[in-house]
Design a protein around this ligand. Structure first.
Ligand code: HEM
Length: 122
């Protein structure tokens, strides 16, 4: 049983949709996102997360190797941007129906991943 099997695709969809609803209202990071393409952006993140957690490998089939640092290189990600992103994701996670131990595991991963994507000194 992978994490993906435990929670299911609907939970990832719910998480990502709650996350993007918050991103759209965030003054620091919303300007980085494509205003006319938020649905597609949400789709990319959902596919990536599902693949990372042991679900279908659609992300790589459609987008190639994730190479997240490279894909984020064009965005100005300082500590404030990282914390804004994490704030949106933590709040989204709090709002989904998921076992507490799985939420803790997910939270640990996003903290680590978000920190690894900081590409600007403060
Ligand atoms: C640290 C703060 C972060 C900021 C400010 C940020 C910002 C962005 C922006 C502006 C995009 C472009 C949206 C699009 O058109 O797809 C993007 C894409 C993406 N981000 Fe982030 N991101 C952050 C952290 C993360 C983390 C921690 C992950 C993974 C756990 C992640 C995964 C992705 C993925 C998978 C894509 C789509 C890549 C593609 O296939 O083009 N991001 N991010």
């Amino acid at each position: 049983m992978t994490f993906y099997d435990e929670v299911g695709s609907d939970t990832f969809a719910d998480l990502v949709s709650q996350f993007y609803a918050r991103v759209a209202m965030d003054p620091i990071i919303s300007p980085m996102y494509p205003p006319d393409d938020m649905k597609a952006a949400a789709q990319r993140l959902q596919m990536f997360l599902e693949q990372y957690w042991g679900g279908p490998t659609t992300y790589t089939e459609e987008r190639g190797h994730p190479r997240l640092r490279m894909r984020h290189a064009g965005f100005h990600i300082d500590l404030a941007a990282r914390d804004a992103w994490l704030g949106c994701m933590r709040a989204a996670l709090a709002g989904v129906d998921m076992r507490e131990d799985l939420k803790a595991q997910f939270r640990e991963y996003i903290e680590m991943a978000a920190h690894a994507l900081v590409n600007q000194p403060d």
